[in-house]
Design a protein around this ligand. Structure first.
Ligand SMILES: Cc1cc2nc3c(=O)[nH]c(=O)nc-3n(C[C@H](O)[C@H](O)[C@H](O)COP(=O)(O)OP(=O)(O)OC[C@H]3O[C@@H](n4cnc5c(N)ncnc54)[C@H](O)[C@@H]3O)c2cc1C
Length: 596
């Protein structure tokens, strides 16, 4: 039996665990990641990487590698409802409705204004290998696939934990001592070992997804993140088709099909293949079936995100319907929130209290995301069907006539389509939810509230209103230096520590930052952004930064303290009587030092 001592042990090498490893390496934290499987996911699973996650990937040097393999919003940015893929009948292959979604089409401008990176579509099957490669390169020898956690015990002095890690192939056990554990195991081992209680609905509904390769180019037009088929003849053949790459669009090779398998044994390859052909309306389609998964959709949230020295991230902390694609995205964002805090505490620069802010900040976001996904899923199940004239009140014999009526070139048909279009538009809470993806904020935690109220949020979650209010994401604006364009987000690099953004006239804040950094032994980088000709090192070329900074009170002469995760920690609306005292006090509070 061998032994190993590391500051942080990550259990689980799915998207959340691998991302946590990359982020910890970015902060210079030594750690060990163990993953039970021999390799990354063989199932595509989550496929939407939202804008905030792409922003985080940009910060950690992953975005280019992800974007290179992913579909861009022009390639996936619509959601389509169709009768069937194809078929001989007059109702086959008809588009019921199509709307821009997830940063595509007319949404692009809004997403471009919200952040420096656009959303992407890359299923876990292709995303996880990118994350794994970066995790391994940045932490050589300490990202171990084929190794599983078998036991976890907090040591008597409460100073660390002991974990037994078993090599799946040899059975050899390594005893690992770690100060902290990141449970990224989707709740499979650490949660049960620590008695984590999951609140909510553990079995909402069952879903089945088939993964297969086929050439659908003769019938597929591409462009949609998901295409829902509302079968006009048989409700039991309604389904949803998703491109899984590696080529995007018409010539996509691999597919995920959420399909009903009632009465079919999912291990019977021939029967499943037959059902796929039936659902797609292609009785002679040549296809290769890779896998069929049945998964129970849950809506559960961990009662607590911190259990002693263990922190739950990703599916270990929250599991929800896939609507809005918040599952994996939230997991990666959990890890991002936690990584800099662990780095701060392990380096001795922050107090232990900082770690409690992980739950205070991320659990409310997890709860909100879960509620949002539930509501979006319910909306789709009930309201969208009704929009087309379907629903439990419509007897089976009225189903096909309802579709004929929907497509009929009559005033009634036109009215029905117009009515449906208005109803479909209410579904933007699922597929245009920019504010849900980006506008979440931390009301309590490692922030110093300034007494202001948050900006009103759009009830359907589709309008993101950037603000410099503490707890919110730093507003994105483009600034220029030596002819190079950078986002305000780029000013907060993975190892930049805290960043103080001030104006061209920020000498007093520059001196204050030096004092605070010295007193608290924390790096604080000062960045000055000013109008052209004002002499600041970054130029606010188009005035966007001045507008965003000034909208709600952080005006000229003021300063913004930004955390390593690009959220605002504290702000001074204008010049302070004693900038050094104000900034040092704020930074000490954020770092969890009890007495500034
Ligand atoms: C069909 C499907 C479609 C989905 N679509 C979407 C979507 O579009 N968007 C979205 O955001 N989410 C989606 N999800 C959800 C998404 O896949 C999950 O939220 C995501 O995988 C969570 O990542 P994770 O890293 O937290 O957990 P996982 O990916 O489950 O990774 C946990 C890892 O921990 C490992 N592990 C467990 N126990 C141990 C142990 N004792 N020792 C070592 N390793 C261990 C497991 O082997 C596993 O690899 C979908 C899920 C499914 C099933």
């Amino acid at each position: 039996m061998s032994t190993l001592k590391v500051p942080v042990l990550i259990v689980g090498g799915g998207g959340s665990g691998l991302a946590a490893s990359v982020f910890l390496s970015g902060h210079g934290v030594d750690h060990l990641l163990v993953e039970r499987r021999a390799d990354t996911s063989r199932l595509p699973k989550a496929h939407y990487v939202n804008q905030r996650t792409m922003g985080i990937f940009r910060q950690h040097g992953l975005a280019d590698d992800v974007a290179e393999r992913a579909a861009s919003p022009e390639q996936f940015g619509t959601v389509r409802w169709q009768t069937t893929l194809t078929g001989p009948g007059p109702l086959d292959g008809r588009v019921i409705h199509e709307m821009d979604g997830f940063g595509g089409g007319a949404l692009r401008e809004r997403y471009e204004a919200a952040g420096p990176a656009l959303p992407a579509k890359l299923p876990q099957l292709r995303l996880e290998p990118v994350l794994r490669r970066h995790a391994e390169e940045r932490n050589p020898g300490h990202v171990r696939f084929g190794h599983e956690l078998v036991s976890l015990t907090e040591n008597g002095d409460g100073e660390d934990v002991t974990a037994e890690i078993r090599c799946v192939e040899t059975g050899g056990v390594t005893t690992v001592t770690a100060r902290y554990v990141i449970a990224a195991d989707a709740g499979r081992t650490v949660g049960p070992a620590l008695g984590v209680r999951m609140e909510g609905l553990p079995a909402l509904f069952d879903a089945t997804t088939a993964y297969f390769s086929a050439d659908l180019s003769a019938w597929w037009t591409g462009g949609s993140v998901i295409t829902w088929f509302l079968n006009p003849y048989r409700p039991d053949l309604s389904s949803a088709l998703i491109e899984m790459g590696p080529t995007w669009g018409k010539h996509c090779e691999e597919w995920g099909l959420h399909l009903p398998l009632a009465g079919i044994d999912r291990t019977d390859e021939k029967a499943v293949t037959g059902r796929i052909r039936e659902v797609l309306g292609l009785p002679d389609l040549e296809l290769t079936l890779h896998d069929v998964t049945s998964w129970s959709v849950e809506a559960v949230l961990a009662e607590r995100y911190r259990h002693g020295r263990a922190f739950l991230v990703g599916d270990a902390a929250h599991r929800q319907p896939p609507a809005v694609g918040l599952g994996l995205n939230s997991g990666i964002q959990d890890a991002h929130n936690l990584a800099w805090k662990l780095a701060g505490v392990l380096s001795g620069r922050a107090g232990e209290d900082l770690l409690d802010t992980y739950e205070a900040e991320r659990r409310p976001v997890g709860q909100a995301n879960l509620g949002w996904a539930m509501s979006a899923a319910a909306h789709h199940q009930v309201v969208i069907d009704a929009a087309v004239g379907l629903g439990p009140h419509v007897p089976p014999e009225r189903r096909t006539p309802a579709f004929f009526s929907y497509f009929s070139p009559t005033p009634v048909g036109a009215a029905q389509r117009a009515r449906a279009a208005e109803i479909f538009a209410t579904h933007r809470g699922e597929c245009q939810a920019l504010d849900v993806e980006t506008g979440f904020a931390y009301e309590q935690g490692a922030v110093v509230p300034d007494g202001s109220r948050p900006p009103a949020r759009a009830p359907l979650g589709d309008e993101y209103r950037p603000t410099t209010r503490p707890g919110h994401l730093l507003p994105h604006a483009w600034a220029e230096r030596d002819g190079r364009r950078v986002s305000t987000h780029d000013l907060v690099g993975p190892d930049a520590g805290f960043v103080l953004i001030t104006g061209a006239d920020g000498e007093a804040w520059t001196e204050a930052a030096a004092t605070a950094a010295e007193k608290l032994s924390v790096p604080v980088t000062v960045v000055r952004i000013g109008a052209d000709g004002e002499g600041a090192e970054y130029t606010d070329a188009d005035g966007t930064w001045a507008r965003l900074r000034g909208t709600d009170g952080a005006g000229a002469g003021g300063a913004l303290l930004v955390r390593p995760d690009q959220h605002v920690a504290w702000r001074a609306a204008g010049a302070a009587a004693d900038p050094a005292e104000a900034l040092t006090g704020a930074l000490a509070l954020v770092l969890g030092h009890r007495a500034p």
